[in-house]
Structures are given as structure tokens and as C-alpha cells.
Ligand binder design. Structure first.
Ligand SMILES: Cc1ncc(COP(=O)(O)O)c(C=O)c1O
Length: 395
């Protein structure tokens, strides 16, 4: 793909291999945010003047854009600040109504902390128990164990679509069908998959889906919760305040219809506008093309990394553009520091997935992740920087 020139930040000498942490932004997205503030800035759903209506129209049309992108209805989309907030919303709103003492919630060993900790907080409060689908040695979810655990009829199965550490692509559609047979609802964390695969929520039939805008080439500070309409309509508010009410009295209030019920306070309008532009950009480039490009880069990089004896690679070939490895016995932070001297940006650490690190038996890994702006040339630069790191560490 020939899109690097559309990303202002990548005109510098950095080799950006950390898109799983946050994606770089194309100029059209940056311009859309700037243009919102220069030409349309007003608060939404309240200004009785043309500018206020313009801002409201932009905000609501961004919601429609997001909805169309993932095959949802417009009122099934709630704007939040990120994926973390979306999961906390479900845990606090749906969770406190539906999860009771002795109930179970099923998670997996591949989850990001944001799909673990909110459930721990809920489980502790109500006296529920968390169960985990284990991973195989290839970094795939163990499907046999999943089939056993789902028969225990947890209240919810919350699973990542693509692992932010190993890049594993989970067969969520199959999992959801099996969960539904057992009357279990499913939340999909699509933070890593929305930027690189086409998702249709009606087709996979998930009950909840969350993603974060900044990994999908949108601005930071905007994220999305999708929930099936009948679920959302029966959920109580998560945050209280302005914009989410019908009537406020001294002792009690009535609440707005969805999705406004879940959007208390002034929303990130410019963020929503920028995310809608990012979605236009993704669609213009073609989700299929992006997926294919990242798949080829991943294959190329894994092959090169495997050729290095000092490198231990984690995860499977069934991978969506995210690769974890370690170099000899060196701590990942030290490796990343040497790569940084060559202007190579990689993530090193536990990647907000400490339970997965424990399972892999390491404190940290180096993680390389691709975006549509990366090329084989970037992989070659990474490999020569690794050669330098080997010399520095005498490996
Ligand atoms: C799989 C996954 N889920 C959730 C998150 C949390 O995203 P955010 O920090 O934007 O809420 C991340 C971010 O790294 C992620 O990779």
C-alpha cells in the first residue's frame, strides 16, 4: 500500500512499528478535527442557533457513519472515551443488574487488562466468579476448554477479537454461536480488529462490541460501545449528569432514551467527527487491502525473525499484524532502547496483559505491530537494528 505520504508524522525519520498501541493519523483526520474547531464548534443537543445545529448534525452523522461501518443501527452506538470506558460501562450498567452472587463471567487468558479489571471489580462487589479460557502453546484459545467452560453457563463471555500481544485472531463468530446455544451473552473487544478487518456485528451476532478510536486512525479520547438495541434499552445509566436525562427533580430523575442515556456531559464532538473521517479513510483504502497488506508484512517479519537464533517468537501464524518476541535473555526494555537509537518505535513491556505474560513465563516482550503505512523496508530496518542490539548485548 502506498499511503505513508498521507501521514504527516511519518515524514520524520521514525520507523513506526507500534500501531497496536495507537495508530498514526492521516492528514484528512487531523484536518477534520481542525476544521470542526475552526468552522463548527458549538455544544451539541442544546444550542438553539444554526451553529449549534451544525455541530449536532456533525456529531450525529458521525454516529451513523460508525454504525454503518460495523453494520449496527444508529441508536445502538454509544460514544465513550475509549474501549476501557465502554467495557466499564457494560460491567457497571448491565453487569450490576444481571450478575448476581455465585454467577460466573467467562474471560480468556489473552485479554487486555481493560477486559479483566472491570469484571474483577464487578465480581468482587456482587460475589461472582471469573473463569478463563486457557491458551494453547501456540497462543490460540483452547477451543475444547472453551466448550467445557461455556456449558457452565456464565452470564457473559468477554473475549478479544485480536490479541494485542500475540496478534492471534479469535474465531469470534463460532464462539458466539456456541455461547448463544448455551444462552450466554458475548462481548467482543474489537480494539485491535476494527482497524484491520471488516466487522459486521449482525453477522457475528455479538451482544456487545467495543473499540477505541485512536487505534483505528481516529483521534484519542473517543471510543465506541455497540450493544443490541433491546439490551441497551434495558440498561440503567452508567454516568449521571447533563444530556442523559428527561426530567430532574430534587430526589430523582428520569432518563433519556438510548444512546443519549449513556452520554452524560459534553461529548468529544471533534473526536467523533475525526473518527468518522478515519472510517471514511479506511473504507476508501479498502479493509480487504489493509488486511492483506498487514498479513503479508507479518509473514515477512515472522520469517525474518525466525531466522535469528537469538530470537524467541511468541504466538501463532494465524496472526493479524502483531508480533511479540524476546532477544536472548535481554529484558525487552533494553532491546527497545537500542532499537530506539535507530529511530525504531516498538513497544516493550507487559502490554497491559500481565496474566498472559505469566502464562508465557516472561515479564515482558518486545512487540512489533503494523499499520497500512508500513513496508518491508521498515521490517528490514528493524532487522538491521536487531543485529546492532545483538552486538551491544554480545549475543
Ligand atoms: C485488545 C485491547 N483492548 C482494549 C484496549 C484499551 O484501549 P484504550 O486504552 O484505548 O481504552 C487495548 C489497548 O491497548 C487493546 O489492545
Amino acid at each position: 500500500m502506498n499511503v505513508k505520504k498521507e501521514f504527516p508524522l511519518l515524514k520524520s525519520k521514525v520507523v513506526y512499528l507500534d500501531s497496536a498501541a495507537t495508530a498514526q493519523k492521516p492528514k484528512v483526520v487531523i484536518d477534520s478535527v481542525k476544521s470542526f474547531y475552526e468552522t463548527s464548534n458549538a455544544n451539541v443537543h442544546r444550542g438553539m442557533y444554526d451553529l449549534g445545529e451544525k455541530a449536532t448534525d456533525l456529531y450525529e452523522s458521525s454516529r451513523t457513519n460508525v454504525a454503518n461501518f460495523i453494520g449496527a443501527g444508529t441508536t445502538e452506538i454509544v460514544f465513550v472515551k475509549n474501549a476501557t470506558e465502554a467495557i466499564n460501562l457494560v460491567a457497571n450498567s448491565w453487569g450490576f443488574v444481571n450478575v448476581k452472587k455465585g454467577d460466573k463471567i467467562l474471560l480468556t487468558e489473552l485479554e487486555h487488562h481493560s477486559n479483566i479489571v472491570p469484571w474483577q471489580l464487578l465480581a468482587k462487589c456482587v460475589g461472582a466468579k471469573l473463569l478463563y479460557v486457557p491458551i494453547t502453546k501456540d497462543g490460540e484459545l483452547d477451543k475444547k476448554e472453551f466448550s467445557k467452560l461455556i456449558k457452565q453457563k456464565p452470564k457473559l463471555f468477554a473475549v478479544t477479537h485480536v490479541s494485542n500481544v500475540l496478534g492471534t485472531i479469535n474465531p469470534v463468530k463460532k464462539f458466539i454461536a456456541e455461547a448463544h446455544k448455551n444462552k450466554v451473552l458475548v462481548l467482543v473487544d474489537a480494539s485491535q480488529s476494527v482497524p484491520r478487518t471488516k466487522i459486521d456485528v449482525k453477522n457475528i451476532n455479538c451482544d456487545f462490541l467495543v473499540f477505541t478510536g485512536h487505534k483505528a486512525f481516529g483521534p484519542m479520547g473517543v471510543g465506541v460501545l455497540y450493544a443490541k438495541k433491546d439490551l441497551l434499552e434495558n440498561m440503567p445509566p452508567f454516568l449521571g449528569g447533563g444530556s442523559m436525562i428527561k426530567q430532574v427533580h430534587l430526589q430523582e430523575s428520569t432518563f433519556a432514551d438510548v444512546p443519549a442515556r449513556f452520554e452524560a456531559g459534553t461529548p468529544n464532538v471533534a473526536g467523533a467527527v475525526g473518527l468518522a473521517k478515519a472510517i471514511d479513510w479506511l473504507q476508501e483504502k479498502g479493509m480487504g487491502n489493509i488486511q492483506q497488506h498487514e498479513k503479508e508484512l507479518t509473514k515477512y517479519a515472522r520469517k525474518k525473525l525466525k531466522e535469528e537464533k537469538a530470537i524467541k517468537l511468541y504466538g501463532s501464524e494465524n496472526n493479524a499484524g502483531v508480533i511479540s518476541f524476546n532477544l536472548g535473555d535481554m529484558h525487552a526494555h533494553d532491546v527497545a532502547a537500542v532499537l530506539n537509537e535507530e529511530n525504531i518505535c516498538v513497544r516493550a513491556g507487559h502490554h497491559c496483559a500481565m496474566p498472559l505474560m505469566n502464562k508465557l513465563g516472561v515479564p515482558a516482550t518486545v512487540r512489533v505491530s503494523f499499520g497500512p503505512y508500513n513496508s518491508k523496508d521498515d521490517v528490514d530496518k528493524l532487522m538491521s537494528a536487531i543485529q546492532r542490539a545483538k552486538k551491544v548485548f554480545r549475543l
